[in-house]
Design a protein around this ligand. Structure first.
Ligand SMILES: NC(=O)c1ccc[n+]([C@@H]2O[C@H](COP(=O)([O-])OP(=O)(O)OC[C@H]3O[C@@H](n4cnc5c(N)ncnc54)[C@H](OP(=O)(O)O)[C@@H]3O)[C@@H](O)[C@H]2O)c1
Length: 256
């Protein structure tokens, strides 16, 4: 199987690193010449990765084509590409819907929208796909955790969630900075914060068959520090504003 990537930006770099470090069986990966330095780095790092001369060359030579450009660029370039009937198109583009993609591509091909996130480079993280597709599911299950979604409207809720990465990192940064301000060395502060949140995330994933509210309750002792932390943050509107941001991202996505 030959895999082609149109748009060699951040998400392509992460996905290609994930694929090349996984058990996915593939013959070759062809990436587009833009971004030049990212494409060069990938082709130097991995023997099976080469740089195509044009986007059309990728479409001509690959079985699966990943669309990884911004929506504006996608609208300009996809309608000009000539696809063939037996191909699979996996679009990472945030705001071009399935119906629009079908129109742009104008061939009987399988089109799946997917939302990989940067930790896919280390073979981790959720990958919502819409519509469900067995082959695409089993592909992403080798570099993450595929979540199949039937309705495209619902997939916008997952797109909203994908906007929570920077807020999460900002939260880690604020807490590490806080430790540094109290005289702890930066490397120690960051080591503490990152290992704390890895531990909490792994533990919560193991225990996530139960409603997460149990973890919130179990991590507090009456009159203790965690009780104070969560109570004060709730009172300050911290969690409500998190919900407000998610709603506003979702509204933006639903308007497209
Ligand atoms: N980053 C994420 O975590 C993430 C997650 C899920 C989905 N996505 C979606 O994936 C898409 C790409 O995101 P990104 O973060 O990877 O953006 P990005 O880093 O800006 O990558 C976009 C790439 O497209 C290239 N490009 C521009 N014009 C092109 C053309 N005509 N033909 C081929 N390539 C062209 C750009 O090259 P130049 O640098 O030379 O302009 C750039 O390398 C977006 O639609 C985004 O919503 C991103």
């Amino acid at each position: 199987m030959k895999l082609g990537f149109i748009g060699t930006g951040n998400i392509t770099v992460a996905v290609v690193n994930g694929i090349c470090g996984s058990k996915i069986a593939f013959k070759k990966i062809l990436v587009s010449p833009r971004n030049k330095s990212k494409a060069l780095k990938l082709s130097k790092k991995f023997k099976k990765v080469s740089i195509a001369k044009t986007n059309q060359e990728i479409v001509d030579k690959c079985n699966w084509i990943f669309l990884a450009v911004t929506p504006k660029i996608g609208e300009q370039i996809i309608p000009k590409l000539k696809f063939s009937s037996n191909q699979k198109i996996i679009s990472f583009i945030s705001t071009i819907k399935l119906a629009q993609l079908k129109k742009f591509i104008n061939k009987k091909v399988k089109i799946v929208r997917a939302i990989p996130l940067p930790p896919i480079s280390i073979g981790k993280g959720p990958v919502p796909i819409c519509p469900p597709n067995n082959q695409v599911k089993s592909f992403f299950d080798k570099i993450g955790t595929t979540i199949e979604i039937k309705s495209e409207k619902l997939s916008n809720s997952f797109w909203s969630m994908s906007g929570m990465m920077a807020p999460f990192y900002e939260m880690l940064k604020v807490q590490a900075d806080w430790l540094v301000k109290r005289g702890i060395k930066r490397d120690k502060a960051q080591k503490y914060i990152t290992s704390l949140f890895i531990a909490l995330s792994e533990d919560s994933a193991i225990k996530s068959k139960k409603n997460l509210m149990h973890l919130v309750a179990e991590s507090q002792t009456s009159g203790g520090l965690n009780e104070q932390g969560v109570k004060e943050l709730r009172k300050s509107g911290y969690y409500k504003s998190l919900e407000k941001s998610l709603n506003s991202i979702l509204n933006r996505l639903n308007k497209v």
